[in-house]
Write a protein that binds this ligand. Sequence first.
Ligand code: ZN
Length: 497
Amino acid sequence: MNSYEALCSRLSAVDDLQKAAALLEWDRETHMPIGGVAARARQLATLRTLAHERFTDDRIGALLEAAAGAVPDACGEDLLDVVRRDYVRARRVPKRLVHDLTMAVGHAEAAWRRARTANDFAVFAGHLERIIALNIEKAEALGYDECRYDALLEEYEPGMRTAAVRALFSSLQAELIPMVREIAQCEPPDAAFLHQPYDVDGQWAFGMEVLQAIGYDFMRGRQDTSVHPFSTAFSIDDVRITTRLDPHNVTSGIFSSLHEAGHALYEQGLDPALENTPLADGTSLGMHESQSRLWENQIGRSRPFWEHFYARLQAHFPSQLSSVSLDAFYRAVNRVEPSCIRVEADEVTYNLHILLRFELEEQLIAEQIGARDLPTAWNEQMQAFLGVCPSNDVEGVLQDIHWAMGAIGYFPTYTLGNLMSAQIFTCAQAALPDLNRSAARGDFTDLLAWLRTHFHQYGRRRSAAALMAQFTGEVLSAAPWLAYVRNKYGVLYPIQH
Ligand code: ZN
């Protein structure tokens, strides 16, 4: 075995440990009885620690150096680049800090739940202060060129910089705020019929039909239900999703299935040669989210999609939907309404929720504001961005678990993903002139093949920025997304923009 093969063999074992942990997590969220909580937390900690220790071992560093002369092909070169970056980052964070963060997160998550029950931010504030202080320490350990937030962003969106996010978001914000204001003044379409009682078995059956049609491979995946829908991969040949069915909302389960399947299609579409290596993953959270959003919004909330699927949905729910026209249904699933809760937001207002979180995170990490300033800052920004004000902190600053989980720098990837999805879909439409007609027949074969060829297969071999530049011909910008919403919602609402 040469040094490259020896390196790959060690990396393979690290990957196995991580995938075993992911399987335990999947089980915890889907099938595990509540009694399993304590043992599962211990088992996960053991596996994750083992994986981390094996990966940061000095021998990996030595093999990385030695392997440079034994790389078999271009894929091997890409592998060394990615592993070198991961290795340097992982070794920069001292063990003590990793441990302190894990402990702080454990306490903060519990405090966040208590704070939500009591509707009292003060219960969480001290824990959040600790999380922020540790993240600042982590950013300093990792290092950065311009801005401390860069070090944290790098974890989720490699290669992206705070200044670039700021520029993208401010061009988005400048057009989006007036557009949302204008839409909010229009009469909203009726959507009450979406919220009748809908049998969950019918919803499940319809969702499975949709997943089959878009090309989700059930020989290499499965769908289950969980409280918070997610997708997870144990191998390129085993990529699972979950959904959540609401007996009083016929579309929430469908859009959640489409979203998670979009993530899963990305991972099922990786080049099989990347199996069991660090390259077998989405290249960034933004790129991952672009795939989920493309299937959820550009496809799932489009008129051609429902031209095919609406009659099928009506067949499952004749008493609720037989008197509702396709047009009325299409308008209802695209209803825009500024609201306080991010996860319930429509595709137009959603990004404003992210812009707000990005601004606050940046100020927290730059120590311009403290955790205790958050409720006031949050509510002021909600008013400025969306024209609504949460009536309490549960609907405001306490709504997301991300900060309690220690994840700072994660939120901007949601909007980056939305912007990428529109830029990618615009190119797909140009490359596939029949795309709308195929969608209206329920045939997504060409679209999926196009996404696989240009994006999915590469995994982490190319950065998100490189893929965007190579296959859309442009650097990432807010313009395609703004054009997409302007065109779509200009038809649905009497607006000028
Ligand atoms: Zn997602």
